[in-house]
Design a protein. Structure first.
Length: 593
């Protein structure tokens, strides 16, 4: 369903961006802007800005994320444009026109919505297959894993048949095209087999996003086929690095912490035993993006990885990511069992609760792993271990925390506390008490590209116009949208100039005309480029003059490139351009009267 521009504008104007974002991010007013910690990248200083008033935009000077109140919700809650509009309409009590379900309207719908619909339909199909005679093998598998009917229903578990194209046929019968089914990640196409199901002969685990929509699947093969686990590929609706299995349920848990485990079955077994705070990363290693999402719901994460070497490695990696994200981490010790599923089956719920209570701090976990490398019966090796221990203690930035750990470590490893303290002090002195180098973060970082001076002037002009529409008449004395050098800039400038001339200028509306994610953030940048500090009237005039001349120069360059050098017009234009720029250099260009 596409809503009209008028409706969208009403929704936007009745949801002030500062109020809406203020519900998710703690904002502080600084001058004309509000600032807070960016929810889209990990940072300690607030480079995330929100502008209310006429501008109605957010922009992060750290990672470049930017947009309107609608695109903020899309990004934050992983919603489609339509869903975000709907949510904001509800918030403001605006009645939206009814959804149209005719085939024609369906065609028009956002691509993402179609992919969501296909995944939902597939989940329903797999669900019924599991409960039909076809699904007997799958049902036996789940029964053997001791899953109750209620649990199977809660997780929407299903089964993909042994035939290789029945889902494709089913989806076709619902009116979907092969290309859409393939894009949804549920089918592949090749010469030999045509379009065929991606999943077959597998028990199916639908993957829900936080708002309970199916965005992909994991499938475990029945028997010994390869691969044992197969996941949906990344699609426009399925970003593995920003979703977690079980989060749709765990986000309502009141435990105060989350348990991060390795696999689908771990999460399901834990929920069945009443541990509804369990989530898992999706067939990939735990990512910074996932940690950022967990941070929205909790500040403590207990890692519950397999007790084997691979699990230990994964836990050590996870600890680093949690630290970088500012989440307090602990590690669950499941020995002698392999994983949570096996532990709960053998020891029961109470014993598992006990292990949660006794979960080890990440520091002691790391130390324990480190200790395995040393032979504690050899004095030299033992001394070396103590040295490493002291070096690790130096990493605590806060004196009190460091002191607490020194005492705890001394007690645990039977080292006189004074000796350990002086060893730590000597390493601290050597290190100059400098903070250990930060791990390179795998999160989103702003692409650093050599700054294009011409474009920067154009961005500065657009930002200035947005922040101070009163200068528009002064700008139009010198510049037209045709002066903007690249296509995207020209499109945006045209909309800005038209909007301002017609006095219905809404920068957020212009931004929302560019739905493509990459263009959207480029346009957001055009409206949010930092002017150097302007304090005096002279500085203001000089900045304005430099920008106007810079934009005009780029404009002449562009006009020249539209002509061939042997075109007589080329020479005329060149001479005109030179004269014009010469005239500009003497002209009185000012943003004020
Ligand atoms: Zn950011």
């Amino acid at each position: 369903m596409r809503y009209s521009d008028d409706i969208i504008e009403e929704v936007r104007s009745r949801n002030d961006i500062v109020d809406v974002i203020g519900q998710y991010v703690h904002l502080q007013k600084k001058g004309a802007y509000y600032f807070g910690l960016c929810p889209f990248h990990n940072e300690k200083s607030g480079s995330f800005s929100v502008s209310g008033g006429n501008k109605q935009m957010f922009y992060c000077f750290g990672c470049g994320a930017g947009g309107s109140v609608i695109t903020f919700l899309m990004k934050y809650d992983n919603l489609t444009f339509q869903e975000a509009v709907k949510q904001l309409a509800d918030r403001a009590g605006i009645q939206l026109p009814d959804e149209d379900n005719s085939p024609a309207a369906k065609q028009m719908r956002d691509k993402k919505q179609v992919l969501l619909d296909i995944n939902k339909e597939a989940a329903k199909y797999y669900y019924y297959q599991l409960r039909s005679p076809n699904g007997q093998k799958g049902m036996e598998y789940f029964r053997e894993r001791k899953l109750s009917d209620e649990t199977m229903q809660q997780f929407g578990l299903g089964y993909s048949n042994i035939t290789s194209d029945d889902l494709v046929r089913h989806l076709r019968s619902k009116g979907y095209q092969d290309s859409q089914i393939i894009e949804a990640g549920l089918a592949s196409h090749d010469e030999k087999f045509g379009t065929h199901d991606k999943f077959w002969n597998r028990v199916m685990f639908p993957i829900f996003d936080a708002s309970q929509k199916v965005i992909g699947f994991g499938g475990r093969v029945m028997g010994d086929g390869k691969p044992k686990y197969l996941n949906s590929p990344e699609t426009p609706i399925f970003d593995k690095s920003r979703n977690l299995f079980g989060l749709n349920l765990a986000k309502s848990s009141r435990a105060g912490y989350m348990i991060l485990c390795e696999g689908y079955m771990d999460v399901i077994a834990m929920h069945q035993a009443g541990f509804n705070m369990a989530v898992a990363s999706l067939g990939t290693a735990f990512t910074t993006g996932q940690a950022m999402i967990l941070k929205r719901y909790t500040d403590e994460v207990i890692l519950s990885y397999d007790s084997d070497e691979a699990g230990t490695k994964a836990a050590l990696r996870g600890i680093g990511i949690l630290k970088d994200t500012g989440i307090k981490g602990k590690v669950l010790d499941l020995r002698p069992h392999k994983d949570p599923d096996e532990f709960i089956k053998n020891e029961g719920k109470e014993a598992f609760e006990e292990r949660i209570r006794n979960a080890e701090s990440t520091f002691f976990f790391e130390v324990r792993i480190m200790q395995d490398r040393y032979d504690m019966s050899d004095p030299e090796s033992k001394t070396e271990f103590y040295r490493e221990l002291a070096k690790k203690l130096v990493e605590f930035e806060e004196a009190i925390e460091r002191e607490n750990y020194i005492e705890a470590v001394a007690a645990r490893y039977n080292i006189p506390v004074e000796d350990l303290r002086s060893l730590v002090s000597s390493y601290a002195a050597k290190a100059g008490m400098v903070r250990p180098a930060q791990r390179p973060q795998s999160g989103i970082q702003k692409k650093s590209q050599p700054e294009d001076g011409a474009k920067k002037n154009q961005r500065l002009l657009l930002t200035w116009l947005t922040d101070e529409p009163a200068i528009f008449p002064k700008v139009t004395q010198w510049v037209t949208p045709e002066d903007f050098s690249d296509d995207l800039y020209r499109k945006v400038a045209t909309e800005v100039f038209e909007g301002m001339a017609g006095s219905n200028f809404s920068p957020a509306a212009i931004l929302d005309h560019f739905p493509d994610a990459e263009e959207h953030s480029l346009v957001a940048e055009m409206f949010n480029t930092n002017l150097v500090d302007i304090e005096t009237r002279e500085q203001r005039k000089k900045a304005f003059r430099d920008i106007i001349i810079g934009v005009r120069q780029a404009g002449y360059q562009r006009q020249k490139t539209l002509l061939k050098p042997d075109d007589p017009e080329f020479l005329t234009k060149t001479i005109q351009g030179k004269k014009e720029l010469e005239r500009l250099s003497h002209a009185d260009i000012s943003p004020d009267d």
